[in-house]
Design a protein around this ligand. Structure first.
Ligand code: SAH
Length: 352
């Protein structure tokens, strides 16, 4: 049996399913899910992320978090956490860069939130030599000062899609036509969570809702408000999203998200306004990733690293710098948002 057959059987029994249910099954089904069965990152995988492009990303993220930690009087012990750490590369780069900050590693307790058992195993390998605790969700993170990073985590959280019809909304559902998965529409109903979108939408417009994102932000932001700390969230998206951003990628190519469930990575743009609205502590403005990295001195760091390189390695280092920062590559599409305690400075690279 494949995930597609399993979903078709379920739809035959229960009727069309919500898009967030579909996305959850495709990504995290224990037997057939994309993240549970595959190692999706890197040149051989389906997509490449900022920490996999260059060590500079993790180094600068680490130094931003470490500066916030110093500014807050070096609380010890504290939680150093990551959501959805993939191969563990970002955390490894953070730990290496922050080894130079006196006291930081001694005080840091590393906690990773990861749903996929196979990725947990890979993270354990990458981070061997460090004591690490894993969590299924943010709810069980310690009640302590929290310094946290999430890169391309929120875009993997399941979304719902609604199409405006008058003062109500019809939900986009996944059903079946002639033995294939197909999109359909549910009945029109009011959606209180989308009341604010009645202002900027017209009949036929599509808006997205990510039910888990506000809950996760409340949990992280609540700890920062109470115990101190800072969080850096990186993802593609913008302050407010309009239209269909649900997409599937396989072998670095866009593909039909319903064609082969469990075989492609599924994501949607992150609506940073929704994260900010749920945030119980202070948050920074949404900052383009390129601007964030330039503020932290990525060009000087790139020049320093270039001194030891030549030939192909130098060319790929120059390309990586450009890819992370240039407005036509990841520099503008990806955004950073910082969470912090009111009265403190926002994490370096972001601004109030
Ligand atoms: N941050 C990494 C990987 C991004 S891919 C990088 O930048 O390279 C998304 C990651 O989030 C994967 O590790 C995936 O297994 C994890 N993930 C996705 N949904 C999750 C959920 N609901 N709970 C916990 N982890 C999740």
């Amino acid at each position: 049996m494949s995930l597609k057959d399993h979903l078709l059987a379920r739809i035959a029994l229960e009727g069309p399913m919500r898009l967030d249910d579909y996305m959850q099954s495709c990504l995290l089904h224990p037997e057939w899910g994309y993240y549970t069965t595959r190692l999706p990152f890197g040149a051989k995988g389906d997509f490449t992320t900022a920490p996999e492009i260059s060590q500079m990303f993790g180094e600068l993220v680490g130094l931003s978090l470490a500066q916030s930690w110093l500014d807050q009087g070096s609380p010890a012990p504290f939680t150093l956490a990551e959501l959805g750490p993939g191969r563990g590369t970002l955390m490894a780069d953070i730990l290496r860069a922050c080894a130079r900050v006196p006291g930081f590693l001694d005080a840091a307790q590393v906690h990773l939130v990861e749903a996929s058992p196979s990725l947990r195993a890979l993270q354990r390998e990458t981070l061997s030599g460090h004591k690490v605790d894993w969590h299924d969700s943010v709810a069980s993170l310690p009640d302590a000062p929290l310094f946290l990073v999430a890169n391309e985590f929120f875009d993997a959280l399941p979304i719902r899609q609604f199409i405006r019809q008058g003062a109500g909304w019809a939900e986009r559902l996944v059903g079946a036509t002639d033995g294939a998965l197909a999109f359909g529409l549910g009945p029109v109903a009011p959606q209180p969570a989308l009341d604010h979108r009645l202002e900027d939408t017209r009949d036929g417009d599509l808006v997205e809702l990510c039910p888990l994102a506000p809950k996760i932000i409340e949990s992280i932001g609540g700890r920062i408000k109470l115990h101190g700390g800072a969080a850096l969230i990186f993802d593609y998206g913008d302050w407010r999203a309009l239209g269909d951003t649900f997409q599937a990628v396989e072998n670095h190519q866009p593909t039909d998200p319903l064609a082969a469930p469990g075989h492609a990575d599924l994501t949607a743009h992150v609506d940073f306004e929704a994260l900010a609205a749920a945030c119980p502590c202070a948050h920074s403005r949404v900052t383009p990733q390129g601007v964030f990295l330039e503020r932290l001195g990525i060009t000087a760091r790139a020049q320093k690293l270039a001194e030891t390189l030549s030939g192909e390695a130098l060319q790929s280092h120059i390309a990586a710098h450009r890819r992370l920062t240039h407005p036509t590559e990841m520099g503008n599409l990806f955004k950073a948002m910082g969470l912090y305690q009111a009265g403190q400075a926002p994490p370096p690279g972001t601004e109030a």
